[in-house]
Design a protein around this ligand. Sequence first.
Ligand SMILES: Cc1cc2nc3c(=O)[nH]c(=O)nc-3n(C[C@H](O)[C@H](O)[C@H](O)COP(=O)(O)OP(=O)(O)OC[C@H]3O[C@@H](n4cnc5c(N)ncnc54)[C@H](O)[C@@H]3O)c2cc1C
Length: 506
Amino acid sequence: MKRDGNKKSAWQTEEGFENSTINTLDIVYDVLVVGGGITGVSTAYRLQRAGKKCILAEAHNLGFGTTGGTTAHLNNFFDTPYNQVESDFGKENAQLLAYGAQLALDTIKENISENNIDCDFTEHTAYIFSLDDKQDESLQKLVDSSNELGVEMGFINDSPFPIPYKRIASVPGQAQFHPIKYIHGLARAFVTLGGVILENCRVEKTDDGDIITAHTPKGEIRAKNLFYATHIPPGVNLLHFRCAPYRSYAIACTLKDGKYPQALGYDMDDPYHYYRTHRIDGMDHLIAGGEDHKTGDEENTENCFRKLEAYVRKYYQVDKVAYQWSSQYFEPVDGLPYIGNLPGNPDNYYCATGFSGNGMIYGTISSLLISEMIMGATSAYAKLFDPSRIKPVAGFHDFVKEAADVVGHFIGDRFKFEKIDSIGELSPGEGKLVKHDGHQLAVYKDESGKVHGLNAACTHVKCIIAWNSAEKSWDCPCHGSRFDHEGTVITGPARKNLEKLNVQKE
Ligand SMILES: Cc1cc2nc3c(=O)[nH]c(=O)nc-3n(C[C@H](O)[C@H](O)[C@H](O)COP(=O)(O)OP(=O)(O)OC[C@H]3O[C@@H](n4cnc5c(N)ncnc54)[C@H](O)[C@@H]3O)c2cc1C
């Protein structure tokens, strides 16, 4: 199974999806779901089960996006703490969010049992620990607000994690699974119900109408509704200015003393570290994550793995780091995701984005909400997650900060180019922004010594891309578009490849 990065995630030992779908493009579908991560597969399954005729188009393979690089903790609490949601959106909405999380957990369990999906699903208690006084204050607020909303959380005296803490709270009823086994299982159920899956089928553009026509390399797909389950919608949209791209790092390692925690764990650092155990190919592995940063902000992304590993080694007797990988997520400016009608588009276009590090749950909530909207039902969640919402207070400061960051990247990154006399100065495997012969270029020298030159302006809104040395991709710090070393789009929102420049001759 392929993923959108150079590093191998712990889930990539899975084979690709065995697709028995028959390619039928001569009918009008009720729904075209674009994207084969947890959001797309869960929604396509739900709609097909409800009697809608659905087709799912995935640009690469199922699980290629962040779902293939997640750590798959399943929680009824979120990165945005309930106390913050309550103060920004009101208690009623915080309560709705808490119900939604539980509903999503129950839906995942139901999907698994209804379809006998063997995806290593297990339930555990989660532990959240503060490391200093300031974090402890935040933890107290989190515990108080969660309990008020009926999310059970309480301080305890013992920890299954060998990490010193100030105080620790336990949260029963959490879970974990193998994300790829889960989406493959759901995709099989979808196909059995008559759903169609087309892999290697990027939706390149669409024509609006009561019946939308989507243009793909496999032909035109016609559907009454289109749902962009693409993690961030493609093209230029209001939502790109309300979501900021971040990268998080994970390692899966074996332990010398075999003391694997049978629990989910989180500290309250910013960015926080997260832990759990998973049996991969018959062997237990500790999966630890953290070292998050804004996309493009870290010059040496390999270094983030080294820092994460060093941190984990301080507390665990690490034997071997078997897998290490990183992936991208989108942080919404006001702390809640955007799920519903795609702003600035006709009513039959839908989207779901801004999931922070909680996309297993928000992807599942999206499957419930988008299905209800397409089926014409009303949902209490439509208003809370409305992508066109304007919250003058919630997220205003973050909005200004993110907008300033984008402007900073737009202008500042133009001075990042290093002047080099000869492209030969690059080392094999190195990517750099360079000024050469009066041109500003993004250049990468592959292991065979071949130099690949690209126009460094992202094709989305012309921000300057940055080299991600670990995942070997050109990443846009403004809105998260990613390109391979030949300039081909890996993930949107950009739709167009980077312009290739012939540097060999120069
Ligand atoms: C390191 C890391 C750890 C995380 N851990 C957790 C966790 O423990 N728990 C949790 O709940 N969340 C976690 N998250 C967040 C979660 O993994 C994501 O929010 C979630 O996987 C997003 O799923 P998705 O289906 O919306 O998007 P994706 O999985 O990114 O899927 C989108 C798909 O759309 C396809 N696509 C894009 N454009 C097109 C197009 N034009 N045509 C056709 N196909 C297209 C892509 O190829 C891709 O496969 C984590 C995130 C990271 C980065």
